[in-house]
Unconditional design. Structure first.
Length: 318
């Protein structure tokens, strides 16, 4: 594993930006304050028209040799922007994903790195590992909205499994750190990822099907909601915000999970254990069945969201 002169493991932080100049300085300042100081920052900007690039240039000047901006490219979505970063950034043994408008707790990288190392030590060599933390939901001015994102969406981190992740993703990318094995597996599939619903969901599925996912209960990120992000149209109340923020609750997304599962089976099925491959493949094939058959086989496979209300929604949208 790459280390700096202090002996610390180096972390590559991948930051996707688009018109984030208002809140980006606070996110960058929280990166600079990390107790784990051995980090490099790779940025992909999606055609910003505000001062985002100027903010990044100033930060790069303050941290010479540690910040790299990829050549300008318009991707049109956070998903494609992060997929670009994951495919084009230098290969690294530790990778953290970073949104442009959050604030990291000072020990975020330190805590996630320790958890990743512990998980690797308890696993077979070269196992893909994804570690994530809980998040505190805050408003545009960093006032607390909810102390625990996972509690607010009534998700038990101990019950996050491959089956639940096929149905929904509860782990935002900004709370994730992945090891080099997971990054390499991601890059092993060169095909289009249009049917992957979100970059973080896709990474969680790879890790659940081929490796290990570990979730820390501490909220290591202040997860900001504001008028310019995905939840800006939602009233600033905890439950309504986080329910809207979880992308899989959109009407189109339940059928989309079938297509995402088919993509997962096509990309990595040959590497999966037989039982895991069967679940992923059978769930992916449900789109071709009748509604009653989709409901029956979803229940039979146990590919279910965590709460009763979300399961009812899932069945209605099957």
């Amino acid at each position: 594993m790459a280390e700096d002169l202090s002996g610390q493991s180096r972390v590559t932080v991948l930051l996707a930006t688009r018109n984030g100049g208002r809140h980006l300085p606070e996110q960058l300042a929280s990166l600079a304050r990390q107790s784990h100081g051995a980090w490099d920052l790779i940025v992909s900007d999606d055609g910003s028209t505000d001062d985002t690039v100027a903010v990044l240039d100033r930060f790069a000047a303050q941290h010479p040799g540690r910040v790299r901006l990829l050549p300008p490219e318009t991707s049109g979505s956070a998903k494609r922007n992060f997929f670009r970063l994951l495919r084009e950034a230098p290969v690294a043994e530790r990778v953290a994903l970073c949104d442009q408008d959050d604030v990291w707790r000072a020990d975020k990288l330190e805590r996630l790195l320790a958890a990743c190392a512990q998980t690797e030590q308890a696993s077979a060599p070269d196992v893909p590992v994804l570690v994530a933390s809980d998040l505190a939901v805050v408003d545009a001015e960093l006032h607390l909205v909810a102390r625990s994102f996972l509690a607010e969406i009534r998700t038990d981190p101990e019950r996050i499994t491959l089956r639940s992740t096929l149905a929904e993703n509860a782990l935002p990318g900004c709370a994730m750190l992945l090891n080099g094995a997971l990054l390499r597996v991601f890059r092993d599939y060169p095909g289009p990822l249009d049917d992957a619903l979100m970059h973080d969901w896709w990474l969680a599925l790879i890790a659940e099907s081929l490796g290990v996912v570990r979730v820390l209960p501490e909220p290591l990120v202040q997860y900001r909601q504001h008028d310019a992000n995905a939840a800006g149209s939602v009233h600033r109340s905890g439950v309504r915000f986080v329910v809207r923020k979880v992308a899989e609750l959109r009407p189109r997304a339940v059928p989309g999970t079938y297509r995402q599962a088919r993509l997962l089976a096509n990309a990595y099925g040959a590497r999966m254990d037989a039982g895991i491959r069967r679940v992923v493949t059978e769930y992916g094939d449900l789109e071709r069945r009748s509604k009653l058959a989709r409901i029956w086989h979803t229940l039979r496979l146990g590919v279910l969201k965590q709460t009763s209300s979300r399961r009812i929604y899932q069945v209605l949208r099957a």
